[in-house]
Design a protein around this ligand. Structure first.
Ligand code: ZN
Length: 310
C-alpha cells in the first residue's frame, strides 16, 4: 500500500456551492491560506460557472489569482465547459477539472449536453491546453461523475464508464478520476470499477477518487481505493455543504476524519492535523449556524496519537 497520499480539499468549491449563503471573498482567502499552511497541498478553490447559476462562485477568478500566491499549493479550478477553461487558464490555475456525467440523463439535465457533445467539449479544452506555452499548461483532468450510480438512471453499467473513460483519454486529457457524486458507492464496487478503468486506460491514468459519505461508506471506500493504488482523495473540511439527499449526513467525506485515518495508519498526508482542526473556526465564523461534520473534530485526537513519519 502507498506510503503517502495527496488530499485534495474541495470544500471551497464543492462544499460552498451546496451552501445557499455566499461566503465572503476574504473569508474564502483566509480559509484557503490556513489550510495550505496546515499542509494541504492541493485545493479546488472554485468553479468557473456563470454567477447567475452559482453566485457562491462569482469570485472564483479573484480566488484563483490569490491562491496562486500561496507557496507549495496546487490550485485546482472546476470548469463546466470551454469558456470556463479559458477563464481558468487566464488566471493561471495549476489544474482544471471538468465533470463528465456517466449517466447521460444526468448530463443532459445538468449541462444540456449528451455524451457526444461532452466529448467534443473535452476535446476542445484539451486542444486549448495543448496550445498554451510549455510551463503554462494546466494539468487537465476529467472527473467521471455519477460513476457509481445516478439519482435519475440508477446503476450505470461498468462497460459504459470504461468506454467513456477511454473516449475522454482519446480526447486528450491527462487523467481521469472517479466521482461518487450520489453517495451510492460501496467498497466492492470501488475495487471493481477502479480495476476495470485502470485496465482500459493505464494504471497511472486513474489516480483520484471523489467520494461522498452519504451512506456512511466514505472511508470504507477510501480503503478500497488505497488497495487499488489510488493516491489522491478529494474531501471537504467539515463535510461542508452536507448532503441534499440525506439530512444530517455530510456530502463529501470529511477532510479531518480522512487525515486522521491515514496518519494513524502511518500513511503520510503532509498535513498537521491539529492545525487543520483549527481551520474549522474560520469556516464556522464565516458561515454562522452552518452545520460542520466530522467525528475526529468532535471526539478529539486519541491520547498518544502519532502522525505518520514524513
Ligand atoms: Zn462532491
Amino acid at each position: 500500500m502507498t506510503k503517502s497520499v495527496t488530499i485534495s480539499e474541495v470544500g471551497p468549491r464543492d462544499g460552498l456551492q451546496s451552501v445557499d449563503r455566499v461566503m465572503a471573498t476574504e473569508a474564502k482567502k483566509a480559509w484557503i491560506k490556513a489550510e495550505a499552511e496546515a499542509g494541504v497541498s492541493e485545493i479546488e478553490v472554485g468553479s468557473f460557472v456563470p454567477p447567475s447559476l452559482l453566485p457562491q462562485m462569482a469570485d472564483t477568478a479573484e480566488i484563483v489569482t490569490f491562491a496562486k500566491t500561496i507557496p507549495n499549493l496546487d490550485v485546482v479550478a472546476l470548469v463546466p465547459n470551454l469558456k470556463g477553461a479559458e477563464r481558468a487558464i487566464a488566471c493561471g490555475a495549476d489544474k482544471i477539472s471538468i465533470p463528465f456525467s456517466m449517466s447521460e440523463t444526468h448530463s443532459i439535465n445538468n449541462v444540456r449536453k449528451d455524451h457526444v457533445a461532452m466529448i467534443a467539449e473535452i476535446k476542445a479544452i484539451a486542444d486549448l491546453v495543448a496550445q498554451q506555452p510549455e510551463g503554462q499548461r494546466p494539468h487537465f483532468e476529467v472527473g467521471l461523475s455519477t460513476a457509481f450510480g445516478c439519482t435519475m438512471e440508477g446503476p450505470v453499467p461498468d462497460d459504459q464508464i470504461v468506454r467513456l473513460a477511454v473516449a475522454a483519454m482519446e480526447a486528450g486529457v491527462a487523467e481521469v478520476g472517479l466521482s461518487d457524486t450520489t453517495g451510492y458507492a460501496n467498497p466492492a464496487q470501488v475495487t471493481r470499477l477502479v480495476r476495470k478503468v485502470k485496465a482500459a486506460i493505464g494504471a497511472n491514468k486513474l489516480n483520484t477518487l471523489h467520494l461522498h459519505n452519504t451512506r456512511g461508506l466514505g472511508l470504507a471506500n477510501v480503503m478500497a481505493g488505497l488497495a487499488e493504488g489510488i493516491t489522491t482523495f478529494d474531501s471537504s473540511l467539515g463535510g461542508l455543504g452536507g448532503c441534499p439527499f440525506a439530512p444530517g449526513a455530510s456530502g463529501n467525506i470529511v477532510t479531518e476524519d480522512l487525515v486522521f485515518m491515514l496518519e494513524a495508519m502511518g500513511i503520510d498526508t503532509g498535513i498537521d492535523l491539529e492545525k487543520l482542526l483549527k481551520v474549522r473556526d474560520i469556516v464556522a465564523e464565516a458561515l454562522p449556524g452552518e452545520p460542520l461534520y466530522g467525528f475526529t473534530p468532535d471526539a478529539g485526537l486519541p491520547l498518544g496519537f502519532e502522525k505518520a513519519a514524513a
